[in-house]
Design a protein around this ligand. Structure first.
Ligand code: ZN
Length: 135
């Protein structure tokens, strides 16, 4: 089951430059920064009520974020849904005809198991499923 919007991902050129703007905008401080080496990204999280904002900065030229920034510039990147059973949702969505970028969950930032849908099958919206790691 998809339970809620877990976070919105925003691509930025530089977390150092953008984070103070988001902190001022939201009236809250970043509670976690983390690098996900496998994805070539640095992340910074801000809590917004039940949901979060995830700022994403590329750490190398091959990073999906670097490619996104060069095509579209900074701004909204992806929506992430909190799910209670990520394997079940991957299966359900594939059965419904959606194409997964990750057909098995991988380790993401903020203590999550994640899987992305291919935007070409989801009306050009980049969608991430995420489930809190247990323990
Ligand atoms: Zn995300």
């Amino acid at each position: 089951m998809i339970r809620k919007i877990e976070h919105l991902g925003i691509a930025v050129n530089s977390i150092k430059e953008s984070l103070p703007i988001y902190e001022k905008l939201l009236g809250t401080s970043c509670y976690k920064s983390e690098e996900v080496e496998s994805e070539g990204v640095k992340t910074a999280f801000l809590q917004v009520g039940e949901s979060k904002i995830e700022l994403l900065e590329a750490t190398n030229e091959d990073s999906p974020i670097a490619k996104f920034l060069s095509k579209k510039g900074k701004g909204f990147h992806h929506i992430a849904f909190d799910v209670d059973d990520i394997e079940f949702e991957i299966n359900r969505l594939q059965t419904e005809g959606f194409e997964m970028i990750h057909t098995t969950p991988k380790s993401g930032a903020d203590n999550k198991r994640i899987a992305f849908l291919h935007p070409k099958s989801s009306d050009s919206l980049l969608v991430e499923l995420c489930q809190e790691k247990k323990g």
